[in-house]
Design a protein around this ligand. Structure first.
Ligand SMILES: Cc1ncc(COP(=O)(O)O)c(C=O)c1O
Length: 406
């Protein structure tokens, strides 16, 4: 096992005691913890160059603009974007997907089908459902009993009426990695545009937009050790240029008169208003942190944690676990129920008894979760800062709760 225990000192929450006990944070898929370094990068803006960017000629503004520009370059290299101008800073994955969805009518020509999967987060579902009024219909790639996508079915669904295929790279419920490169190849053969929701893959898998071949990609800083308030919309240049700006205002124009508006080039054209400068700086620091640890070490560590889960969770009396059969395809999640307790009740008990933070309910993926269990489910999601000891405590507490239920 790649032991990442030494990293825990970078996450101040582990030195906080609640009721005399440390916190066991198993809810990274909702939002990750943030290392001190990320907060320090954000503070550098407040302390050293707290001026607006790309607006002033004073030195503070120039410094802030330079730092912001370098952060964009850094995020671009993190996903191997051919240019930094193809990295648009948004609020989060949700906004990135909405920006593309609202332009679909102008990108689609006379194509009217959107293909999603049955495992989408609401953020990659509702923006497309909202296009029903514009005549678009949605088809979904089914999820098999092994929790993978039914690729045969997908091949039979795709035709020249498909305008957009928008799929999650990793399921936020199952942790399952989807074969996005194959999905993209099949879609491109029919001339469809492909958007990848990388909210759950960015923390776990090295992203390479060129190799993947996606047309659009969306992810959020806060799930990959970064701060809230910033996400990315990556796109191929000509497609980004075809999007309608999500907002109009300062920073996105080069000239304005009563008669005419001349829009700025990418990325500013799609980023009206003052951006979340300090969050972008924190985001860049998070990308550096992940790079230094390396995705291979993160994966090895996750697999060690998962092996304990796969070995012990399904055997706890009353537990029903919903685990992808191959742990190698799981980025570190475990979905489960305990008979006799509602998911929120169990979550509350684990929190109050042992400071275990986990998610319960529909996980913003109600179509999938309610098809597995109409009352909702619990999910633990693990990351580089979790330890085998924490997983053992979680399993022991769960066993005791199950035992006490009789
Ligand atoms: C797969 C997936 N897509 C989209 C989102 C939405 O991300 P955000 O809330 O940062 O916009 C999430 C958040 O949980 C997610 O897991």
């Amino acid at each position: 096992m790649t032991d990442l225990k030494h990293l825990r000192k970078d996450f101040p929450i582990f030195s906080r005691l609640i009721g005399g006990r440390p916190v066991i944070y198993l809810d990274t898929a909702a939002t990750s913890l943030k290392p001190v370094r990320v907060g320090e990068a954000m503070l550098s803006f407040h302390r050293q160059f707290p001026a607006n960017i790309n607006r002033g000629v004073c030195r503070l503004s120039e410094e802030a603009s330079r730092a912001f520009g370098s952060a964009r370059e850094n995020i671009a290299s993190f996903i191997n974007s051919p240019s930094a101008s193809q990295v648009i800073f948004t609020q989060n994955t949700t906004q990135s997907i909405n920006i593309v969805a609202s332009s679909l009518p102008r990108l689609a020509g006379d194509r009217k089908t959107i293909i999603l999967t049955e495992m989408e987060h609401h953020s990659n579902l509702l923006p497309w459902m909202n296009l029903a009024g514009a005549g678009f219909k949605i088809k979904k790639i089914p999820v098999t009993p092994e929790y993978s996508l039914d690729m045969e079915k997908y091949r039979s669904m795709i035709d020249r009426d498909v305008a957009m295929v928008s799929v999650t790279h990793v399921s936020n419920v199952l942790g399952m990695i989807n074969p996005v490169k194959e999905i993209i190849g099949i879609a491109h053969d029919k001339g469809a545009i492909v958007m990848v929701d990388a909210a759950q893959s960015a923390p776990h898998i090295p992203l390479d937009v060129v190799d993947m071949g996606c047309d659009f990609l969306a992810f959020s800083a806060h799930k990959m050790l970064g701060p809230t308030g910033v996400g990315v919309l990556y796109g191929k240049k000509e497609l980004l240029e075809a999007l309608s700006p999500p907002a109009f205002g300062g920073g996105m124009v080069t000239a304005v008169s009563d008669e005419e508006v001349v829009y700025n080039k990418l990325p500013q054209r799609l980023e009206a208003g003052t951006p979340a400068v300090e969050s972008v700086l924190g985001f860049s620091a998070a990308a550096d942190y992940l790079r230094e640890i390396g995705f291979e070490a993160i994966r090895d560590h996750q697999q060690a944690l998962l092996s304990v889960i796969y070995e012990k969770l399904p055997g706890i009396p009353g537990v029903k676990a919903y685990l992808p059969p191959d742990p190698g395809m799981n980025t570190g999640m475990a979905l489960f129920s305990l008979s006799g307790l509602e998911p929120h009740e169990l979550s509350l008990i684990l929190d109050r008894q042992a400071n275990i933070c986990m998610r319960s309910g529909m996980h913003c993926a109600q179509p999938l979760v309610s098809s597995l269990c109409p009352g909702g489910l619990c999910r633990v999601s693990m990351y580089l800062y979790n330890t085998v000891e924490e997983i053992e405590i979680f399993l022991d507490v769960l066993k005791k709760v199950s035992h006490d239920l009789g």
